[in-house]
Design a protein around this ligand. Structure first.
Ligand SMILES: [Ca+2]
Ligand SMILES: [Ca+2]
Ligand SMILES: [Ca+2]
Length: 394
């Protein structure tokens, strides 16, 4: 069992690094800041204290907020909540980011600021803002945006959250322009959804270099009533927890999402998708020392019981292992590690399509796992280049 938990830690390390570890990697140094929002009632305007031509209205008290002396409607002032500096963690108020140009949902251009979102009647139908942070150099960001659009397009439109896609950096790691953002986002997000913005056209280019996000793609949900961060992305084992819970979050803005998203949820209970007899006879094979040594050929097996792990071993050579299965039946992943003491995978094949494949030169252990307790029968092929070439001699 220790091997399994080790393996999950390895998976976490690997997959996190795969998800764009070159992003801002600053630690989450907690900032115990601004518990007092210091409600500056700016409505007390400086009326002249030495006004000598004061009439005899008798109102000399200063708590006269809305002096409705005339029939003119009172001026409605909207004050953005006190910003949290630095802006890092749950409960912080996001600074008022102002964009000189964005693309709106209909792809028309406009200015946009978070204060607009907070104050303007134009956005009064929204009660939260979902920030989706991407970068031009971030390939997984494309799948991330596409997943949001594929799974949540209609739900987001029906919800009260405003998606704001922000392109942080171009391929040169400089602040991305709005046009770059447009080119980055539109191939993956169908029109009608959200606002597209580039950091180069904002007032605070370095705002997010505070440790607020630690990788891309990244998301955060900002509650409109106080412009505070109520949910942040939290990648665990390669899963993007906020996106998985996005609709729940935006539909329940007062829940404790910090706790809910702070730890990975337990995997669903294991349910076998194997038929009778599809489990390989080499079980148990859940630890490196139980691994079956493969020779060139084809093997039938399955992730058919708990733990959702099968181990194999490939001796030295120049080889390819193909894991053939139906992802619809169960999402199996495969990885290679060199020794039982390895602290990280050498190669990872963790697509969400049918089949996985690893090619390598040298000896190693093959780890086959069911993602989140997934179960499926599989066919395992070892193709050994040396043995294939050996056939012709003689
Ligand atoms: Ca098995
Ligand atoms: Ca097994
Ligand atoms: Ca897979």
């Amino acid at each position: 069992m220790t091997r399994l938990s080790n393996t999950y830690l390895i998976t976490l390390t690997i997959l996190l690094s795969m998800f764009g570890g070159t992003a801002c990697s600053s630690d989450e140094t907690a900032s115990s800041n601004t518990e007092e929002p210091t409600t500056d009632e700016e409505t007390e305007r400086e009326r002249d204290e030495n006004s000598d031509d004061d009439d005899d209205s008798g109102e000399t008290s200063e708590e006269n907020d809305n002096n409705q002396e005339d029939d003119t409607p009172p001026v409605v002032t909207c004050n953005y909540p006190q910003e949290s500096i630095p802006f890092v963690n749950y409960g912080d108020v996001i600074p008022n980011l102002e964009f000189s140009e964005v693309y709106l949902a209909d792809r028309s251009r406009s200015t946009f600021s978070f204060k607009d979102f907070y104050c303007s009647p134009e956005y009064e139908q929204y009660d939260s803002m979902t920030l989706i942070l991407v970068a031009d150099w971030c390939a997984p960001c494309n799948d991330y945006m596409k997943a949001i659009d594929d799974f949540y397009h209609d739900a987001l439109l029906a919800s009260n959250t405003l998606p704001v896609f922000i392109d942080l950096q171009n391929v040169f790691y400089q602040p991305a322009s709005t046009l770059a953002a447009y080119r980055k986002v539109t191939p993956y997000v169908t029109p009608g959804l959200g606002i597209i913005a580039g950091m180069a056209d904002s007032n605070i280019q370095a705002m997010f270099d505070t440790g607020f996000y630690t990788f891309t793609p990244y998301s955060a949900v900002i509650r409109k009533s106080d412009m505070k961060v109520i949910a942040k992305e939290n990648s665990q084992n390669g899963r993007m927890l906020l996106v998985e819970s996005l609709m729940n979050v935006v539909n329940d803005l007062d829940a404790d999402w910090q706790s809910a998203l702070g730890a990975p949820p337990p995997p669903p209970p294991f349910m076998s998708n194997c038929a009778e007899g599809q489990e390989e006879t080499s079980e148990p094979n859940n630890l490196p020392e139980e691994a079956t040594t493969l020779t060139a050929g084809t093997y039938q097996g399955g992730i058919c019981g708990e733990p959702a792990v099968d181990m194999y071993y490939v001796e030295d050579g120049d080889w390819t292992v193909n894991l053939l299965f139906s992802n619809a039946q169960g999402d199996l992943d495969m990885a290679l590690f060199r020794t039982p003491e390895s602290t990280e995978f050498e190669v990872v094949s963790d697509s969400v399509d049918d089949n996985e494949s690893i090619s390598f030169t040298g000896a190693g252990y093959i780890y086959i796992g069911g993602y989140q307790n997934a179960s499926a029968p599989y066919t395992l092929e070892l193709i050994n280049a040396a043995s294939e070439n050996a056939g012709g001699e003689g």
